[in-house]
Structures are given as C-alpha cells and as structure tokens.
Design a protein around this ligand. Sequence first.
Ligand code: FES
Length: 106
Amino acid sequence: AVVRVIGRDGSKQDLDVANGGQLMDALRDASTGVQGTCGGMMSCGTCHVYVDPSWVDRLPPKSEDESAMLEAIGELVELKPTSRLSCQIAVDDDIEGLCVEIAPPV
Ligand code: FES
C-alpha cells in the first residue's frame, strides 16, 4: 500500500510498503526517524505517529496496551487524538493512501 509520510521537518514522501508487515518497519527502514526500538512490542513508544484525522476511524481501534503505551509517552511528547503506534498498524490494501506524520522523538 502507498502511505504518505510527513516527516519531522515537514517533508512529504510517498512510501510504497509491501502488504503483510507493520507500518513501523517501513517507517524505520525509510529513515523517517522512527526507531521501533522494541520491535513492535508496544514498550518503547519510538514508533509514535499522528494519523491524518480522516483516517482515525478507518483504522482498527487501539488495544488497551497501545493506549497504555501512548499514555506513558504522553509525559514526554504531545499526544493528539490521532496518536497511534505505527507498530500496531498492519499494512494491507485497507490502508492505501493513509497519511501519517512522524511524532517528535521520545
Ligand atoms: Fe516500540 Fe512500537 S515499536 S512501541
């Protein structure tokens, strides 16, 4: 799926991401600043992104663990209603055209 990524410097790029993985891996590999230190275990928060508001309701809802991790990093960075962990966003055709902004580092 093609995902539009807004970098921390405001730059925009369209990433063509293979279906089947998690968005975090693609963002990390594309040197967007996403680190994914915990490998998608919802324990680092370094994969935090802001999802475009039009997409919030189109993604599967957050799990309790994802919400808890976001809350934890909320002491360090600004949380928005659109905050998600990109390691919890599965890449498939359903997210074609998704737009995410890389959140500030934690
Ligand atoms: Fe660590 Fe997502 S990669 S919380």
